[in-house]
Design a protein around this ligand. Structure first.
Ligand code: GDP
Ligand code: MN
Length: 378
């Protein structure tokens, strides 16, 4: 589970990490009021559950109330990587001397929390990680000891030489680690942690993800959940007995069985295509399930071709075929479909499909290749 920056900032504040004041706004009127209230230079920030807002134009500094309103007008409603901006944070802006990166995550290799820090923080951190990975320190934290003063100082000295900054950083690092453990987080990041013109450290952006399996014991975190459109879809799918995960490719997949669904995605990738989703329709062959699944796939505007891959084990292919045909009769499907049926009663299933003039292929490889060919011919 992810939370918004404004929510992460609240948690940081509760633990005593310095964060500039801010006000969450849903409308231009609220932005104007907030800018007046803060009464100085502000930064207007899109609240979407995706990084890189700054680069996408979703973070704007404003010196006057008018400029803040203007920024609000530009950012509210903006699309950032497929997310529509429905709220903005109007925050006290700070003068920045330098930007740092600090992050915690779980490291399976060392079986511990990994503390990451870099003096090259800011919007280019992904690039730094790629071209200059040594500029990011990675320090595993002993789970028995936790974040000791010694360790926090050791990391702080890697970033700062001024003892005043080191002291502030030690305090922040210890609090950040406590947040990570207390909330069952999987990622906590401050990027950037900045030195302000007054020589103080402040967290001016916050990112937190949580371990979904621990939410049952984190009621204060669980209430912060604001499911994205994709997650709402995934939850709705679950209610109709489908397991659906949206991805960003263009070949919609409908498969029975989780393992086969994974294999189908692998085969698409293998031949150079890109799956739009994971979708396991489970063992039953009810037409309603197929209808729900088709609706789900077609609601994703990235989907250009649908590849159906059914292996009849307990589910019989002729039942699935009937379900498919019934579903397709009821729906207006305007994109090409490729169907591969195999297993119990496959011959009968294929006959039913062919009777309805739907294209079938003989194997999973062929299905993937055909789906890719169709996508490329669009
Ligand atoms: P992100 O792009 O989604 O990571 O959004 P951030 O909140 O990290 O903002 C992106 C960049 O905007 C930061 O790295 C800063 O350079 C700049 N920025 C954000 N807030 C302030 C601020 O209060 N003052 C100044 N001068 N720059 C800011
Ligand atoms: Mn950031």
């Amino acid at each position: 589970m992810k939370i918004h920056e404004y929510q992460a900032r609240q948690i940081f504040r509760q633990y005593g990490i310095p964060v500039p004041d801010d006000i969450l706004c849903h409308t231009i009127e609220e932005v104007e009021k907030a800018a007046r209230e803060l009464n100085r230079m502000v930064v207007v920030k899109a609240q979407v559950l995706v990084g890189g807002r700054g680069k996408a134009g979703g973070v704007k500094l404003a010196k006057t109330v008018e400029a803040a309103v203007d920024a609000g007008q530009k950012i509210l409603g903006m699309d950032i990587k497929g997310y529509t901006v429905e709220k903005v944070l109007v925050a006290d802006a700070v003068e920045i001397q330098k930007e740092y990166y600090v992050g915690l995550t779980i490291d399976r290799n060392t079986k511990s929390v990994l503390f990451m820090a870099s003096a090259e923080g800011g919007v280019e951190i992904e690039e730094v990680a790629k071209v200059n990975p040594d500029a990011i320190f990675k320090i595993p934290i002993d789970p028995d000891l936790g974040m000791t003063d010694f360790m926090a100082r050791k990391i702080a000295f890697k970033l700062f030489s001024d003892i005043n900054l080191v002291k502030q950083a030690v305090d922040i690092f210890k609090k950040l680690y406590k947040i990570f453990i207390d909330t069952d987080a999987s990622i906590v990041e401050i990027n950037p942690l900045v030195i302000t013109d007054g020589g103080k450290l402040a967290a001016i952006d916050g990112k937190m993800n949580f371990d979904d399996n621990a939410l049952y014991r984190q009621p204060n975190i669980e209430v912060l959940n604001e499911p994205t459109e994709d997650e709402k879809k995934e939850l709705a799918a679950k209610e109709s007995g489908l397991t659906y995960i949206r991805l960003d490719g263009n070949i919609g997949c409908m498969v029975n069985g989780a393992g086969l669904a994974m294999a189908s995605m692998d085969v698409i990738k293998h031949f150079g295509g890109s799956p739009a989703n994971f979708l396991d329709i489970g063992g039953s062959s009810s037409p309603q399930k197929v209808i729900d699944a088709m609706n789900l796939l077609m609601s994703d505007k990235n989907v250009k071709v649908i590849m159906i891959n059914i292996f009849g084990g307990i589910t019989r292919c002729d039942d699935v075929a009937k379900g498919l045909v019934t579903a397709l009769d009821q729906l207006k499907v305007e994109i090409p479909i490729v169907i591969r049926l195999s297993g119990t009663n496959a011959e009968e299933g294929l006959r039913i499909i062919k009777e309805h003039n739907l294209p079938t292929v003989g194997s999973l490889s062929e299905a993937a290749k055909e789906a890719i060919r169709l996508v490329n011919s669009l």
